[in-house]
Design a protein around this ligand. Structure first.
Ligand code: ADP
Ligand code: TRP
Length: 321
């Protein structure tokens, strides 16, 4: 089965990105034909650019490799290295009703947060549809916020196929139900743009400071506490097995410990979990040429799939003459 996902190089990766997307991709590598790319064209739509974008592209690639994207198992590349996607983006635009984009939540959310309402932000789902349809994946693993974009890709593909025959495979999204939305430090969806993230790679002191900021109910130390709606518990459970979850629940119910204790525990759990990945990250951070070579090889492999597909599309649509 072919599995594909992309991630924007728009800031430091956080645990929402990890559980919502990266981990699913790493796990999928075992049994599937996996495709993962750094969506650097996408990052431009929310104002990223210049040397910082170039730096974030390499940083995100380095992080992905550290977190377990294995170039021997996955095809891993930077979106802008395979430009056929931009041609497909234009072709698909002609099959995208305005209403479909006007209904997109992500656009509305981003503009409501103050991101400039430019055309690339509005037409973003069409580029994402091109990212998907060009490579014919069966499955696209994403967080809950991206489901609508995969559905838009399907709608566009259906419209195109109705006109020109069965060229595009209809993609399915996949979300991990128990991590559909990872909460941030304030209980809202964790997101770079909400300033509520716990980052995967950062300094230990900074991580502890962030975790101490997690919003919790004010309840006297000795009293029992509710774990179900506690932001600390909900973050911790992503990292714990069943027994560890039960133990933590008991500690909440027993009383005698405050949220401060649970926060220290959460910090330790997260710090330990990412320890091997931090070590791997140090290796790739000091071997950036190797990262570039991996990305170049990935782009070459990707082009072999993109080229015949784009030729088929050019021929069907009459762009080739
Ligand atoms: P952000 O909201 O921080 O800008 P992105 O939009 O770049 O994150 O998301 C990258 C990937 O990570 C997407 O597949 C998205 O669904 C997933 N993701 C981001 N935040 C979360 C979250 N809080 N919970 C689950 N998945 C998430
Ligand atoms: N839109 C996704 C995000 O913001 C990133 C992305 C771009 C993507 N193209 C994709 C994800 C194709 C899956 C498939 O997270």
């Amino acid at each position: 089965m072919r599995v594909l996902t992309g991630i924007q190089p728009s800031g430091d990766l956080h645990i929402g990105n990890y559980f919502g997307s990266i981990k699913q991709m790493v796990d999928a590598q075992k049994a599937n034909d996996t495709f993962a790319f750094i969506a650097n064209y996408h990052a431009m739509s929310s104002g990223n650019g210049g040397p910082r974008l170039a730096e974030l592209t390499m940083q995100t690639a380095t992080d992905f490799l550290a977190l377990g994207i294995d170039p021997d198992k996955s095809t891993f590349w930077v979106q802008s290295d395979v430009k056929d996607v931009l041609e497909l983006y234009w072709v698909l635009s002609a099959f995208t009703p305005m209403g479909l984009l006007e209904r997109a939540h992500s656009y509305k959310d981003k503009t409501a947060k103050g991101i400039a309402a430019n055309h690339s932000l509005f037409s973003y789902p069409v580029l994402m549809a091109a990212d998907i349809l060009l490579y014919s994946p069966d499955i696209v693993p994403v967080g809950k916020d991206q489901i609508q974009h995969v559905e838009i890709a399907r709608d566009i593909a259906i419209k195109f196929n109705n006109e020109y025959g069965d060229i595009f495979k209809l993609p399915e999204f996949k979300i991990e139900e128990n991590v559909a939305t990872v909460p941030g430090t304030n209980g809202q969806k964790m997101s770079k743009s909400y300033n509520n993230t716990v980052n995967i790679f950062g300094e230990e002191k900074k991580q502890l400071k962030t975790i101490k900021k997690i919003v919790t109910e004010a309840i006297p130390l000795e009293e029992p506490k509710e774990y179900e709606n506690c932001n600390v518990y909900n973050m911790a459970k992503l990292f714990l097995n069943e027994n560890e979850c039960r133990d933590l629940q008991e500690r909440y119910k027993r009383g005698g410990e405050g949220h401060g204790h649970f926060k220290l525990y959460l910090h330790d759990v997260i710090w330990e979990y990412f320890k091997p990945y931090r070590e791997k990250r140090e290796y790739y951070a000091s071997h950036q040429e190797e990262v570039r070579e991996i990305l170049n090889a990935g782009a070459q492999k990707t082009k072999e799939i993109a080229s015949p597909m784009i030729e088929k599309i050019r021929s069907a649509t009459g762009i080739s003459y």
